[in-house]
Design a protein around this ligand. Structure first.
Ligand SMILES: [Zn+2]
Length: 187
């Protein structure tokens, strides 16, 4: 069940995730669907509540459950490994791709074998080309986060920093490699 996977998900450094998502134009590497930044949905829900919207909403839930956050259940942005590798394998930017919540594998070698045999989302293809300007709602996140500075979590702050600092500069490979190694160490 996706919710179990989501619950077990380890936090990933926003600086690494942002670099990978931007490089992939915020599209799922596997099925090409547009992904969305979950933090944007969380702040959007907060913004609507602040504005007096009282109807039930299902924009954000920590576990990305279908009942409470259907968009995230389908399209929440995650990091995935391109190729299954053991824990001693290379940990560079090239080893990470963007994956939507449904395609996310979080794979060990064993899980990958199962996943490859499973029915997968059929990749979508645009008749008029692929979106190159889709930003995963990261722009919305930056605008809303800037408004509620005082109420941001540490993770939100890290995302704001990752999305606003040197937005067009490629992240140094060496930095990414060491960061990625630390992430992997938490698995
Ligand atoms: Zn996908």
């Amino acid at each position: 069940m996706m919710t179990d996977i989501q619950r077990k998900r380890k936090p990933i450094l926003p600086s690494v995730a942002a670099a990978v998502y931007k490089r992939g134009h915020w599209l799922c590497h596997w099925c090409k669907r547009p992904v969305i930044l979950p933090q944007a949905m969380k702040l959007l829900e907060g913004e609507l509540r602040q504005s007096g919207w009282t109807a039930p909403m299902a924009l954000f839930h920590n576990n990305w459950t279908r009942d409470a956050a259907p968009l995230l259940d389908e399209l929440g942005a995650t990091l995935d490994h391109v190729i299954a590798h053991n824990r001693d394998g290379a940990h560079t930017l090239e080893n990470f791709v963007t994956a939507c919540a449904k395609c996310n594998v979080r794979k060990s070698d064993g899980e990958l074998a199962t996943w490859l045999q499973r029915d997968k989302r059929k990749p979508v293809k645009g008749k008029y080309g692929e979106p190159t300007a889709w930003d995963g709602l990261s722009g919305l996140f930056v605008v809303l986060a800037s408004r509620v500075q005082g109420n941001l979590t540490m993770n939100d702050r890290a995302w704001l920093k990752a999305l606003t600092e040197n937005p067009s500069e490629p992240v140094a490979e060496t930095v990414l490699a060491s960061t990625a190694f630390r992430i992997n160490g938490t698995h």
